[in-house]
Write a protein that binds this ligand. Structure first.
Ligand SMILES: C[S@@+](CC[C@H](N)C(=O)[O-])C[C@H]1O[C@@H](n2cnc3c(N)ncnc32)[C@H](O)[C@@H]1O
Length: 284
């Protein structure tokens, strides 16, 4: 990310979630705050023509993946809450709206939004502009993953390491260095028993077919030209092994076929995720 500038990709992803609310039926991820959080002008433009920002052949795959990964993370969070998880840490939160539509009974779950300070300040202005109230069970933690440890960033805002915690990290790891990703995962591996994480990641280009590589290159060029180049790539098998070696009791990857079978089966509109979509779930 460029120093002191809010993430451009955070706005793009917010737009995808909002477009999903207008374009896709049935919705894979229902987010009643998605249109409000992107700002009045963007929301009006989307309502007039929801397809105007969905113009490339890869647009619907990305929209599908943005919806699916949030759905998956919030499903796993809900399972965690049934088993005593009482803190939810959203890493690289961008325009994530969970905290403003939290379906869990009051007092059950404390939410921490962690993000780069510049993006977080921009989001807070967005929330203010849209008059979205800040719930009392929400805490913001400004953290630059490349410059600070997550442990320190959370400690100073009141995160309690003795409590079971669920973490989500969506659309972020690919923008960081491998060292920063691994340092954060090691911290989460040391969290209280019963804690867990869902994150997505970019697959190593060396594992791709030529056709997949063409799509990878097209997407990589787009994010690099926004000043947020992809930096970290993983081999699913090696990553699973590394997570176990860090101390996670359990780690399970979900590839594009599994994501499509789980969330996009029998759709009449053909909406589905593309072959670069990879999720990981790990449990402490
Ligand atoms: C593509 S957005 C995803 C946002 C959100 N998770 C979502 O799915 O809507 C990438 C996010 O990663 C965050 N990010 C990128 N580099 C970061 C860094 N070095 N430290 C903290 N956050 C970072 C950005 O601020 C942004 O919120």
């Amino acid at each position: 990310m460029k120093e002191n500038r809010a993430s451009v990709t955070a706005q793009r992803v917010g737009m995808k979630r909002a477009a999903h609310q207008l374009l896709d039926d049935p919705k894979v991820f229902d987010d009643p705050v998605a249109l409000r959080i992107i700002g009045k002008e963007s929301a009006s433009a989307l309502r007039v023509d929801p397809l105007q920002f969905e113009s490339t052949p890869l647009s619907s795959y990305l929209r599908a993946f943005v919806a699916a990964r949030s759905r998956y993370a919030e499903e796993k969070l809900a399972l965690g809450v049934q088993r005593n998880v009482c803190q939810y840490v959203i890493l690289g939160a961008g325009l994530d709206t969970f905290a403003y539509r939290n379906p869990h009974p009051q007092g059950l779950l404390h939410v921490f939004e962690v993000d780069h300070p510049a993006t977080q300040a921009w989001k807070r202005a967005r929330l203010d502009e849209a008059r979205i109230p800040l719930p009392s069970n929400l805490t913001f933690a400004p953290v630059d993953f490349e410059a600070q440890t997550l442990e320190e960033g959370l400690r100073v805002v009141g995160y309690d390491p003795r409590k079971s915690t669920f973490f989500s990290w969506l659309g972020v790891t690919e923008y960081l260095t491998t060292e920063a990703v691994m340092a954060t995962l090691r911290f989460i591996a040391s969290a209280q028993k019963g804690s867990g994480i869902v994150f997505d990641y970019m697959i190593s280009p060396s594992l791709l077919t030529p056709a997949q590589r063409t799509r990878f290159d097209a997407l990589a060029r787009r994010v690099a030209s926004a000043g947020e180049p992809w930096q970290a790539f993983f081999d699913p098998e090696v990553l699973t092994r590394d997570l176990r070696a860090m101390g996670f009791e359990y780690a399970e990857g979900l590839g594009p076929e599994e994501i499509n079978a789980r969330y996009f089966k029998d759709r009449k509109d053909g909406l589905r995720v593309g072959s670069l979509s990879h999720l990981m779930k790990a449990q402490v």
